[in-house]
Design a protein around this ligand. Structure first.
Ligand SMILES: NC(=O)c1ccc[n+]([C@@H]2O[C@H](COP(=O)([O-])OP(=O)(O)OC[C@H]3O[C@@H](n4cnc5c(N)ncnc54)[C@H](O)[C@@H]3O)[C@@H](O)[C@H]2O)c1
Ligand SMILES: O=C(O)CC[C@@H](O)C(=O)O
Length: 409
């Protein structure tokens, strides 16, 4: 087991938003004890006040890591997003400071797919309205606007990890699957990729959205798109709230232009369970509203906790960046008896020759060297004998374009 240069008990880890105990257990097993876990997100000002001493930060979807927050960081090495989406993090701000961002790209996809299927069945049977009526003592026994999902067309927007898993589960219930994606994807089972979003919207009985939050997906479901959907169809959004123009959706539902909707994510979500939830969709029949819990199952949270905590501790112990969403990926072995220099730099010409000259001019033998670059960043890792690391660290820190440099031993 490699020993970090900073005593592990001094490495401060802050976990926000009720991250599962499995993360704490994993970090403790890896030797990290200085862990603070809070059940909620912190407002920007409180986070700014707290973050200057933190080395590793764990968040879920509520914490906004803005440029202002990153400006207040001094020691931050890495952020773990304990979920799939990383849109809550200003990734450019993180990258400019050499902060490695990790997530758990698969661990809750099954939970989301199961919820979507259940919602499709409920909405095609008009259950939300019938159940609400029964709670009020009203008996609504009829088959009007009630349908089986078998034989219906499910249109999936975004055929990634969640969309493709949903596709397989839906086919096992006898649904026909169409999907639209900006990338050509291998269709699973009998699914069919269509070439335009419009075609998908016109042909499907159930539309389910599984795209990330990006410029290209902002309001991708607006008036024009909703108007293409059949009046007997339903819309499900468990992706991100910015993907659907929610005011327009509410208007269409109130005018019975759609049969129903299930919405798990909203353009503005309450910062905590203590805040009120307000939405133009409140009070509309046959609409399921859920508080961003697509991935909130025990199974998913346990897996996410372990997976992301392992990524953080490996990065801390060895510098490994495998599956980082912003830094170049390097899989590093442990380095017993050697000192490891980790140099994150701007990817500009001349940096590597300057680095190598340091070792050459100072007669420092390189025991192993690794380099990966992406468009913005280069990540050079150099193992040396322990007697050289202090000098090498000092020299490396003055290399032009240096973003972050540390040593592990
Ligand atoms: N509700 C929840 O609790 C919950 C849980 C997990 C994930 N999510 C959200 O679901 C999203 C999807 O998750 P995933 O794991 O399937 O992601 P993924 O990256 O595996 O798949 C996303 C797919 O969308 C496609 N895509 C991107 N832009 C597109 C566009 N403009 N038009 C069409 N297709 C486009 C990509 O090519 C990719 O195939 C996440 O980004 C996250 O925001 C929500
Ligand atoms: O658990 C969360 O807060 C976020 C879940 C989900 O949106 C994700 O991106 O994984």
């Amino acid at each position: 087991m490699a020993i970090t240069s900073l005593d592990k008990s001094k490495i401060r880890i802050l976990l926000l938003e009720g991250i599962h105990q499995s993360a704490v257990d994993t970090l403790i097993d890896a030797g990290y004890t200085n862990i603070e876990r809070l059940p909620h997100a912190l407002p920007e000002e409180e986070l700014i006040a707290k973050i200057c001493n933190v080395h590793f930060l764990g968040i879920r979807s509520r914490t906004r890591l803005t440029e202002r927050v990153f400006e207040a960081t001094d020691k931050l090495l890495s952020v773990g997003c304990f979920g799939i989406g990383t849109n809550q993090v200003d990734l450019n701000a993180a990258t400019r400071r050499g902060v490695a961002v990790f997530n758990a790209p698969f661990s809750n996809s099954r939970s989301v797919a199961e919820l979507v299927l259940a919602e499709a069945i409920m909405l095609l049977r008009g259950i939300p309205a019938k159940s609400a009526a029964a709670h009020r003592g009203v008996w609504m026994k009829h088959a009007k606007d009630s349908f089986e999902v078998r034989g219906k067309k499910l249109g999936i927007v975004g055929y990634g990890n969640i969309g493709s898993q949903l596709s397989v589960l839906a086919e096992s219930l006898g649904m026909d699957v169409l999907f639209y994606d900006v990338v050509t994807k291998l269709p699973l089972g009998n699914a069919v990729q269509v070439l335009s979003l419009d075609t998908l919207l016109e042909r499907s009985d159930i539309i389910s959205l599984h795209v990330p939050e990006t410029q290209s997906t902002r309001n991708m479901i607006d008036y024009k798109q909703l108007a293409l959907m059949k009046p007997t169809s339903i819309l499900i959004n468990a992706s991100r709230g910015t993907v659907v123009n929610i005011d327009v959706l509410a208007g269409m539902l109130r005018q019975d232009k759609l049969l129903g909707a299930a919405i798990d994510v909203f353009p503005i979500e309450p910062p905590s369970n203590d805040h009120d939830f307000v939405s133009p969709l409140c009070g509309i029949d046959n609409v399921i509203l859920t508080p961003h819990i697509g991935g909130s199952t025990l199974e998913a949270q346990i897996n996410i906790g372990t997976e992301v905590a392992e990524k953080l501790s490996k990065y801390s112990d060895t510098g490994t960046t495998v599956s980082s969403v912003n830094l170049p990926e390097v899989a590093l072995p442990s380095h017993p008896g050697q000192h490891r220099l980790l140099h994150i730099h701007e990817n500009i010409p001349g940096v590597m020759s300057e680095i190598n000259n340091i070792f050459c001019n100072n007669k420092i033998n390189i025991l192993s060297q690794y380099l990966r670059t992406n468009e913005a960043i280069g990540y050079a890792v150099i193992d040396v004998g322990q007697e050289y690391s202090e000098l090498a660290l000092k020299k490396l820190r003055s290399v032009q374009g240096t973003v972050k440099c540390r040593v592990l031993f």
